[in-house]
Ligand binder design. Sequence first.
Ligand SMILES: [Zn+2]
Ligand SMILES: [Zn+2]
Length: 355
Amino acid sequence: MIYDSFRRTSKSRNVNALGVRIGPTMLRKWLPRILIATALASLLALAQLNVTQKRWYKGNLHTHTLNSDGDSTPDQVATWYREHKYNFLTLSDHNHLTDIAGLNAVHAAKEKFLLIPGEEVTDAYDKKPIHINSYNPASLGIPRHGTSVADTIQNNVNEILSTNGLPSLNHPNFGWAVTAQDLLAVKGLGLFEVYNGHPAVNNDGGGGFQSLDEMWDVLLTAGQKLYGIGVDDAHHFKQIGREFSNPGKGWIQVRASELSATAIAAAIAQGDFYASSGVQLSEVTTAGSDYRLTIEGADWEKMTTYFIGDGGKVLAKTFDRTAVYHFTGKEHYVRARVESSSGGKAWTQPVFPAR
Ligand SMILES: [Zn+2]
Ligand SMILES: [Zn+2]
C-alpha cells in the first residue's frame, strides 16, 4: 500500500537527492531497496539506543577467600555469588590481588556475571586497623603506613590511586579506628563503607562514637564529596550464624551501560549507584527539581524514607513507595535513606544541587 500511494504522487515529486527525475520503472526497482535500507537503519538506531541504555547491576565489592582469612576457595566464593544472582563480585583479600582471569573464564557470562579485580590494602596505625579497598587496580597496592590515622589513610589512598585503583575506606568503626575528624583533610577518597555486613564493625556506632550515617553527614557538610557503599566483607561460607561474617548482607546496585569492569568502576566513581542491606529501588532520579525514588518490596512491608541534608538534618520524611523531595535550591547536599519495617535499608548517594 505504501508503494501504491507513492506511485500516485505527482511526477515532479519523484526526484532523488541529486535532482534526477525518477520514472515509474526506476521507482519500482529502487523503492523496495529504499524501504529495506530504511528499516535496517531504524533497527540499527534501535540497537545503538539499547547499547547506551543503562540498567542496574547488583554486586558485592568486599569478600575474602583462602588467599587471606576466608574459609573458601575463590572458585567456591564466586560460585556462591553467581548462584545468588549477583552480577559482579570483587575478591578483596588482605594485601593480595587475585588473578581473576581464570575465574572469569569459568564464571563470567555476558551481561550476567563478572569478577572485578580488587584487594583490601590492610594497614594499621597504633594498633588501629586501617583497611582500604582498591577496586579495579592495574597492580597490587602495598600498605604504606603513616604517622597518624589520617596520614596512614592518605598514604594508602595515594598508593591505590598510583595503581589506578578506586580507593574505598572500609568499616571505619572496626576497632573504633577511624573518626570523621580523621577523614576531614583526606584527599582523593571518593568512597567509604556506610554498611558492612561483618558482625564486629559497629555500623551503628555507640558509646560516644558516631554511626556511619552520622560520620557521612559530618564529612558531606564539611565539603567532602563522598559516596557510601554497602558490602558483605564475607569470610564464612561454611558456617552460618550471627557470629560469622556471612554473604548476602550488604551490596550495591550500580546503574551502568554494560557489565564490564571499566563501566562498573566508572559508574561507582560517579556515584551512579545505591547501597543496600535489603531494600530494593527500581528507580533513582535526581534530574530537574526533584530527587525521586521508587521503592520495591512486599505489600506488607512499611517503608520510611528520610531525605537528609546539611548537618545530618532530616529535610523530609515520607512513607510513600514513590518518595519525592523537591529541592529548594538552598541545600548544599541531599541524600536519602530508606528503612524497611523488616530491617533492611537503602542508602542513595548525595547530590549537590547548584545554588
Ligand atoms: Zn577489613
Ligand atoms: Zn575485609
